[in-house]
Design a protein around this ligand. Structure first.
Ligand code: PMP
Length: 364
């Protein structure tokens, strides 16, 4: 069996163990005589899968009872609309524009109310998390329904190393590409949400963790589609309609793998070690440049380039010959991007590091 070194930004590598277990249960799930794909979401067997998936996520993230967990569809992108539709009750929210998805979230919110850009790093093509002092200042004014950040900017390879102070204003965070890569202090947030397809499971599942008082204190906006109404989804246990049953089941398998292999503290340690190896090469080899400013570097997506697009292309082509896949950078940045999520093991990162060293030596 030949498995490549998969550095894809998402959908991304899944733990081999998870794939093997899923394959072994596919035809007959634990004596049910059918696969999870064929099972009613209203069956007792499926409800057990759902409940254990949620319980495991609650254990690994230490999610307090005061927070609701939802497994929805439509990706992080649909939540860009759900957030204002649920929370913009007074019509105004703050956004930090730190990357492509942060900007998309902001633009979507502007369809429903006043979305104020509190800080932006677009002037330097999002190579950093912007200075966050205006966020705290504006939060103190007390006129915002929430403040939105994108905690890890997948395309630009930047992440928050400290959260902004938002005082009493609920902090809403798109954690799509850093979800489950390290512990998260859930109580710092009003809402965290993530598309599953990086660290949590397959595409097609969106995890939303929302502080219960935010959905209990008032209704969603009247124009909010029923599906997007978090209060309704909470009352229905994420089964207002047919959920992504198989996707949620697979997420449960990934959560159990994380728990078995040491939990989020262990994930963070491994992810930091992988990132440090790559960043040490970017700082040490003249041929390669990191595109994110050092103080904002992500431990999930490492973005870099050489001096020319031609050399970048040669590097990417050579990588493929060595079984290193998914390292072409996003078109908005160019160059390369190594997404080193939980399921990308150190051996893969070492293979990439060895190739980078070899590539540089061959050009001396
Ligand atoms: N936010 C972030 C940080 C992302 O990386 C992505 C996609 N990769 C999105 C939002 C959009 O997610 P989706 O495709 O799940 O809608």
């Amino acid at each position: 069996m030949a498995r490549v070194h998969n550095f894809s930004a998402g959908p991304a590598a899944l733990p081999l163990e998870v794939l093997e277990q899923t394959a072994s249960e596919l035809i007959d799930y634990r004596g049910c005589g059918m696969s999870v794909l064929e099972m009613s979401h209203r069956s007792a067997a499926y409800q057990r899968i759902y409940d254990e998936t949620e319980a495991c996520l609650r254990r690994i993230l230490s999610i307090p009872d005061t927070y609701q967990v939802l497994f929805l569809q439509g990706g992080a992108t649909l939540e860009f609309a759900a957030i204002p539709l649920n929370l913009m009750r007074r019509g105004r929210a703050g956004y930090v524009v730190s990357g492509n998805f942060a900007k998309k979230a902001w633009e979507e919110a502007r369809r429903y109310g006043e979305a104020v850009a509190l800080a932006s790093s677009e002037d330097t093509n999002f190579d950093r998390i912007p200075d966050l002092s205006p966020v705290a200042e504006r939060a103190a004014c007390g006129d915002l329904d929430y403040i939105h950040i994108c905690q890890n900017n997948t395309i630009f390879g930047t992440m928050y190393h400290e959260l902004p102070s938002t005082g009493e204003v609920p902090l809403v965070a798109d954690v799509s590409s850093c979800f489950l890569s390290m512990p998260l202090d859930i109580e710092r947030y009003g809402v965290v949400y993530a598309g599953a397809q990086k660290n949590a499971g397959p595409a097609g599942v969106t995890v939303v963790i929302v502080r219960r008082d935010l959905i209990e204190d008032g209704p969603a906006l009247p124009i909010c589609p029923t599906y997007l109404d978090w209060r309704t989804q909470a009352a229905k246990g994420s089964m207002l309609n047919t959920p992504n049953t198989f996707g949620i089941y697979l997420c449960g398998k990934v959560f159990a793998w994380i728990e078995r292999t040491g939990g989020l503290a262990a994930m963070e340690q491994r992810n930091r070690a992988k990132a440090e190896l790559l960043y040490s090469l970017l700082d040490g080899i003249d041929l390669f440049f990191g595109t994110a400013q050092p103080a904002s570097r992500s431990i999930a997506n490492v973005t870099f380039r050489t001096a020319s697009p031609e050399l970048d292309a040669a590097f990417i082509a050579g990588a493929r010959e060595r079984g290193i896949e998914g390292i072409a950078g996003h078109r908005l940045v160019g160059g390369m991007r190594a997404s080193i999520y939980n399921a990308v093991d150190m051996a893969s990162v070492e293979a990439l590091a060895a190739y980078m060293t070899e590539f540089e030596e061959n050009r001396r």
